[in-house]
Structure formats: structure tokens, C-alpha cells
Ligand binder design. Structure first.
Ligand SMILES: N[C@@H](CCC(=O)N[C@@H](CSC=O)C(=O)NCC(=O)O)C(=O)O
Length: 279
């Protein structure tokens, strides 16, 4: 692993690392916030944050305002990139913002030319946690959260790996990607046209067909002034599914808030406290 940047913040550290990934077959960059508790030799639990379309590891770290409370609560935060990157990584032919680079959708692609590098599900669920466990003073306690496309990733990876995460949260997540334009475009491109393959990456479908050994609590915050709410995000589909199967699920609708990091920074403290309670 190569250290790319290191900055002291609120008594702890924000660091960026680059490493050769055996899962995505390219160099991946991630950021980690380490609270000051680790300076005294303590191990701390980890919150994984998955960002949305067009993001890198930097958006959350620079805009969410999470460090002060994460430091107080003694939580490390890991923010990975949103797709593989590099000269030989296939992108959308039109260079669009919602597919290809910056838009990996946290799936394991099965379609050429994407399947070589776009293995973001395995990267987030397996390779990255192992790397973090091996190189940083963290406990085995993990939680997962994210925004929009990253909220979809957090829901799917959290629900499918209940043994690995004690709680799941999301801001403005894509809740039923099989039924929205962003999801249909991504799943067709990465997974092909067999919609049976899509179900394993759709939080609402997973909720309805769930055969999980545990019910990891889910917290969602959603702004009602979000431009993407009706067409892309559809939190009510997931809420209805959760009610049907009696799953521990809270959806907070927030009046006047949009899809931006202004919204995330307004409620990130509630999410950090939610995860701290379940570690
Ligand atoms: N057309 C817009 C869309 C990009 C956008 O809104 N990205 C969001 C995530 S959307 C769902 O995954 C985001 O987090 N942007 C980065 C940020 O720092 O705000 C565009 O191209 O800008």
C-alpha cells in the first residue's frame, strides 16, 4: 500500500492510500479517518462509507463534516472509490456520468468489457475489509453507510453480509434499482438482460425474498426536495417491503432537503450515533 496523503484533523488522522487490487485488477484509492483513540494504542470499530455517482474517496471526507463526532465516538471511517479506474478500464462509450468510471454500482460485472475490472461488490465486501483489518488498528466491528448509488451499495452489501456489519444506513439511496433508469442502465450494462441476475443487487427484491440469518437494522434519511426522489430513489418501495417482512427499518423524510452533501452534513451525526449504538 502506498500512502498518498496524510492530514491531521480533530486530533485524529485523514489518510489516503493507493494499492493494487487483486479483485478489480487495477490500482484502487481509498481514504481512512482514524480517530485520536488510536494514538493511545486502542483499536476502534469501522464505518464503511460508499459514495454516489461521479464521486471518489474524497467527496465524503471533504464535505460530510463527520470527523468531530466520529472522533468523539471513536469510530474509524473508510471511504473507497466508486469504480475501478485507469487507462485500461472500460468506460461508458459516451462518457456519461451514470455508468462506467465513477459509477461501478457496487456489483460484480459479468458482461464484457466490464467484467475484468468492475468487481466492486467483492472489492467492498471482501478485499477492502481484509486490507483494513491487516493494516490499521481496528476491531472486527463494522457498519456500512452510503449515499444515492452508494446507499444502494450499503443496503445490498449490508443485507447480504449480515455477519459482517452490525448496522446499515443510507442517505437518499437508490432503493429499487431494477425499477429506475439509473439502475436499469447499470444492471443491463454490467449484468446483461437476465433480470434474475439483477435481484441479488436490488435492496427491495432482497428484502422481499430475504433468506438472511440476521436482520441488520437499517436507517434511511431522505430529503423531500430531492430532484431524484420519485424517478430514481423510491424509498417507499423498500419501506413497504420491510413492513411486509417485519424488518427493523426506519425511514426519516426530511422537509426541504435536496440530494446534496448539504443534506448529508445536516444528519450525519444521527447516523454516526446510530452505528455507535449497534457496535
Ligand atoms: N448530473 C449530476 C449527477 C451527479 C450527482 O448528483 N452525484 C451525487 C450522487 S448521485 C447518486 O449516486 C454526488 O454525490 N455528487 C458529488 C458531490 O460531491 O455532490 C452531475 O453530473 O453532477
Amino acid at each position: 500500500m502506498e500512502l498518498v496523503a496524510s492530514n491531521k484533523v480533530v486530533g485524529g488522522w485523514h489518510k489516503r492510500y493507493r494499492h493494487a487490487s487483486e479483485t478489480t485488477h487495477c490500482n484502487m484509492t481509498f481514504a481512512i479517518f482514524l480517530p485520536e483513540a488510536v494514538n493511545k494504542g486502542n483499536k476502534v470499530p469501522v464505518l464503511y462509507w460508499l459514495s454516489g455517482l461521479t464521486c471518489t474517496d474524497e467527496n465524503f471526507m471533504q464535505k460530510a463534516g463527520a470527523f468531530k463526532l466520529a472522533n468523539e465516538l471513536g469510530i474509524a471511517i473508510v471511504a473507497p472509490d466508486t469504480s475501478p479506474r485507469g487507462d485500461d478500464v472500460a468506460d461508458d462509450a459516451k462518457g456519461s456520468y451514470d455508468f462506467g468510471l465513477g459509477a461501478g454500482f457496487y456489483v460484480n460485472a459479468t458482461m464484457p468489457p466490464y467484467k475484468t475490472h468492475y468487481q466492486m461488490y467483492d472489492y467492498i465486501a471482501s478485499e477492502l475489509p481484509k486490507l483494513v483489518q491487516a493494516h490499521f488498528p481496528v476491531t472486527t466491528q463494522q457498519a456500512i453507510s452510503g449515499h444515492s448509488m452508494g446507499g444502494h451499495g450499503a443496503l445490498v452489501i449490508g443485507m447480504r453480509n449480515a455477519q459482517s456489519y452490525s448496522s446499515i444506513s443510507a442517505f437518499s439511496p437508490i432503493c429499487n434499482p431494477m425499477q429506475c433508469p439509473w439502475g436499469v442502465k447499470a444492471f443491463t450494462g454490467y449484468l446483461g438482460i437476465d433480470t434474475k441476475q439483477w435481484q441479488q443487487y436490488d435492496a427491495t427484491a432482497l428484502m422481499l425474498n430475504q433468506q438472511f440469518d440476521a436482520q441488520t437494522p437499517i436507517l434511511i434519511d431522505q430529503g423531500d426536495a430531492d430532484n431524484f426522489l420519485e424517478e430514481q430513489l423510491q424509498p417507499w418501495s423498500l419501506q413497504k417491503a420491510a413492513e411486509q417482512v417485519n424488518y427493523p427499518f426506519v425511514l426519516n423524510m426530511r422537509e426541504g432537503y435536496d440530494h446534496s452533501y448539504f443534506f448529508i452534513s445536516s444528519f450525519i451525526d444521527e447516523h454516526l450515533r446510530f452505528h455507535a449504538k449497534h457496535f
